[in-house]
Write a protein that binds this ligand. Structure first.
Ligand code: AP5
Ligand code: MG
Length: 188
């Protein structure tokens, strides 16, 4: 399956992606993690990306699309993947469409994790990643509203969007995601 996971900062994309990829046996492609890895190894792209991450702003579309394009060329992506945090802008979604077409493939599903803003702020302040300061969280939330939310309509129009309530325990959220991906747990 080719899945996109969309949600505001702190919605639980990373938490849930880890479980989903384990069940579906597909790779987890988080652009946030890729960019942070670049920052740590001090590559030129990483140093550039760090400037955006630290401010809570999005890295340039071309940079992120380039990274995803390269990653999709790896053999483990042949049978599907879960994109976490990409696309995040309409130009990125258009670019993803081109990357998919180039490979004669299509997305199967776009999953939105929906969580109220107060809960997001509380979760992120507890997590304490370097970009989890009050100021940066506020900026990231605003960026989500302005630049990423339009993708919900974009994928609704394509009949791909499923919205999942992202509150409750991680297990409860996961069960909803499994249902949306057409899998059913026999343990619950
Ligand atoms: P990225 O790393 O993608 O961060 P984000 O979207 O801000 O989201 P987070 O990773 O903070 O949250 P999450 O939804 O993964 O939640 P998590 O599972 O960690 O991006 C970081 C930066 O990179 C961006 O700001 C941008 O600069 C750049 N970037 C990345 N992609 C880009 C792109 N495509 N284009 C341009 N720039 C890009 O959970 C959060 C916390 O909540 C954890 O502590 C977790 O334990 C807890 N939690 C999870 N689920 C629950 C639950 N059900 N109940 C209680 N707590 C929970
Ligand atoms: Mg994440």
């Amino acid at each position: 399956m080719r899945i996109v996971l969309i949600g505001p900062p702190g919605a639980g994309k990373g938490t849930q992606a880890k479980r989903l990829v384990n069940d579906l046996q597909i790779p987890h492609l988080s652009t946030g993690e890729m960019l942070r890895a670049g920052c740590e190894t001090g590559t030129e792209l990483g140093i550039l990306a760090a400037q955006y991450i630290d401010r809570g702003q999005l890295a340039p579309d071309e940079l992120v699309v380039g990274i995803v394009d390269q990653r999709l060329q790896e053999p483990d992506c042949e049978n599907g993947y879960l994109l976490d945090g990409f696309p995040r802008t309409v130009p990125q979604a258009d670019a993803l469409d081109e990357l998919l077409q180039k490979r004669n493939t299509k997305l199967d599903l776009v999953l939105e994790l929906n969580v109220t803003e107060n809960e997001l702020i509380e979760r992120l302040l507890q997590r304490k990643r370097p970009d989890d300061t009050r100021e940066t969280i506020a900026e990231r939330l605003q960026v989500y509203q302005k630049q990423t939310k339009p993708l919900l309509e974009y994928y609704t129009d394509r009949g791909l969007l499923a919205t999942i309530v992202g509150e409750g325990t991680p297990e409860e959220v996961y069960e909803r995601l499994r249902e949306a991906t057409g899998q059913h747990s026999d343990t619950v």
